[in-house]
Ligand binder design. Structure first.
Ligand code: PMP
Length: 397
C-alpha cells in the first residue's frame, strides 16, 4: 500500500507503525545477514549461548515426535508438562502450585507476558516498568492499549528498586508492575528487601505484579533467586513467568509457563484457545524433562561454564581503556559502562559492527537510563569471546 500524505502506511495499523522494532532482534538479524554475505561477524548481541540444547532433552522430544505425539494438546498444556512445572516450582522455588488450575504452558516468556497483559489490562491502564528494561515490554503493553510508565533505576545504586520513585509512579490508572529479576540488561538480582518494596506498593494500591523470571536458574556466586510470589501477601497478585529459552539453551523451542492465581490462568487459557490453540506437543515433552527433574550434569555443567565465561569476559572488558564492567549477579550479559569514552552507545555499537564486525546492543535500546552502556552477551564460545575482545580493544584504541 501507498503512503498517506502524513507519511504513514495505509492499511497497517497505527499500533504497529508507532512501535520500534526490537533492537536486540534487529541487530542479531543484521549480524546474521552480514555473516551470510561472508563477513566474519561475532554476534554478542542476542541473548543466546553458543551451546545447543542438551541431548537428553532433544531425544525426549524427538521420541515423542516419532511416536505420533503430533497433535494439539489442551490449551493450558499437557498435564504431564504442567505437573513437571509444578515439581520445579516446589523443588527450586518453594512454591506449591496446583498444576490443574494455576499453571499454563506458554510459548516462552514473551507469550506468557502477552497473555498476562491481555488478561489484566483495560485500555488506558498504566503498567509500571523498569528503565533500563527489556526492549519488548513497552511495545507489548502499547499493543494492548496499555500505557507503559518507566521508573528510572539508578546505576549508582546498582539498579535496585526504591520505594520513593516507585510510589511516585502510581496513579489512579496503574494496573500492574512489570519487572525482571535477574535483570536484563543490568544483571541485578533483586534481593528479598527489594522485592518487598515492589510487594508493599502492589498491596497498598491493589496492583498485579508481573514477574519475568526467565533467568532465574542462572544466578552467580552462590546467590539464590527469590520469587516475588513467595513474599508475604503476594501469592494472590503475582503472575510469574518462567521459561527454558535462556537456562536450557532452548530459545528455538518457544517453551515456558506462567504460574498465577486460578482466575488469571483461566483468562489466559481462554485467550490461548483463540490466539494459538496450544503450545507444541513434542516441545512440551522436552520441556517436561528440562523442568521435571533435579537438574543433572548436562545443565549444571553448562551453568558452571557460563559463570566462568561471564567472569572471564567481564574482567577482560573491565580492563579495556575507557570501559568498566562488573560480573552480573545473574543472567549472562556484561553491562559495560562506556561513559568515560565520551561516545554514545548507538554510535559505538554501530562502529563496532560496521568497522570491527562485533555485534553488541546499545544501552539506549533499553530506555533512556541505558545510555552510556553496552549490553554484551558473555556465553559465546571462548574463541569468539577472545576474538571479540581483541576487536573491541582495537576499536577503543
Ligand atoms: N524476557 C526477557 C527479560 C528476556 O531477556 C527474553 C529474551 N531475550 C524474553 C523475555 C523472551 O523470552 P522467551 O524466549 O521465553 O519468550
Amino acid at each position: 500500500m501507498k503512503e498517506d500524505l502524513n507519511g504513514t502506511r495505509r492499511g497497517i495499523a497505527q499500533r504497529v507503525q508507532a512501535a520500534p522494532s526490537s533492537a536486540t532482534v534487529r541487530i542479531a538479524d543484521l549480524a546474521k545477514t552480514l555473516r551470510r554475505r561472508g563477513e566474519d561477524v561475532i554476534d554478542l548481541s542476542a541473548g543466546r549461548a553458543a551451546e545447543p540444547t542438551p541431548p537428553s532433552i532433544c531425544e525426549a522430544a524427538s521420541a515423542a515426535l516419532h511416536s505420533g505425539d503430533t497433535h494439539q494438546t489442551m490449551a493450558r498444556g499437557k498435564p504431564e508438562y504442567r505437573e513437571a512445572c509444578a515439581r520445579k516450582l516446589s523443588r527450586e522455588n518453594g512454591i506449591q502450585a496446583d498444576p490443574e488450575r494455576e499453571i499454563i504452558a506458554t510459548f516462552g516468556c514473551k507469550n506468557g507476558l502477552t497473555l498476562a497483559l491481555l488478561a489484566t489490562l483495560e485500555p488506558g491502564d498504566e503498567v509500571i516498568l523498569e528503565d533500563p528494561g527489556f526492549v519488548s515490554y513497552a511495545p507489548t503493553i502499547r499493543f494492548f492499549g496499555g500505557v507503559p510508565v518507566p521508573v528510572p533505576l539508578d546505576p549508582e545504586t546498582g539498579y535496585r528498586w526504591r520505594e520513593g520513585p516507585l510510589e511516585a509512579a502510581v496513579t489512579e490508572r496503574t494496573r500492574a508492575i512489570l519487572f525482571c529479576s535477574p535483570h536484563n540488561p543490568t544483571g541485578t538480582v533483586h534481593r528479598p528487601q527489594e522485592l518487598d518494596v515492589i510487594a508493599g506498593v502492589a498491596r497498598k494500591h491493589d496492583l498485579w505484579v508481573i514477574s519475568d523470571e526467565i533467568y532465574e536458574r542462572v544466578v552467580w556466586d552462590g546467590r539464590t533467586h527469590t520469587c516475588i510470589a513467595t513474599r508475604p501477601g503476594m501469592e494472590g497478585r503475582s503472575i510469574t513467568l518462567m521459561g527454558l529459552t535462556k537456562t536450557a539453551a532452548m530459545g528455538g523451542w518457544r517453551i515456558g509457563f506462567a504460574y498465577a492465581p486460578e482466575e488469571v490462568v483461566a483468562a489466559m487459557v481462554t485467550l490461548q484457545q483463540h490466539l494459538a490453540t496450544c503450545v507444541g506437543s513434542f516441545t512440551q515433552v522436552g520441556g517436561a524433562l528440562a523442568f521435571g527433574q533435579e537438574p543433572g550434569p548436562e545443565l549444571t555443567e553448562l551453568w558452571e561454564e557460563w559463570e566462568a565465561r561471564c567472569d572471564f569476559m567481564t574482567r577482560e572488558l573491565d580492563a579495556l581503556p575507557g570501559l568498566s564492567c562488573r560480573m552480573p549477579e545473574g543472567g549472562y550479559y556484561g553491562w559495560a559502562d562506556i561513559r568515560e569514552t565520551g561516545e554514545g552507545s548507538v554510535a559505538l555499537a554501530e562502529r563496532l559492527l560496521a568497522d570491527h564486525h562485533v555485534a553488541v546492543v546499545p544501552g539506549s535500546a533499553f530506555g533512556p537510563q541505558g545510555e552510556g552502556f553496552l549490553r554484551i552477551t558473555c556465553v559465546k564460545s571462548r574463541d569468539d569471546l577472545e576474538e571479540a575482545l581483541r576487536r573491541i580493544r582495537e576499536a577503543l584504541e
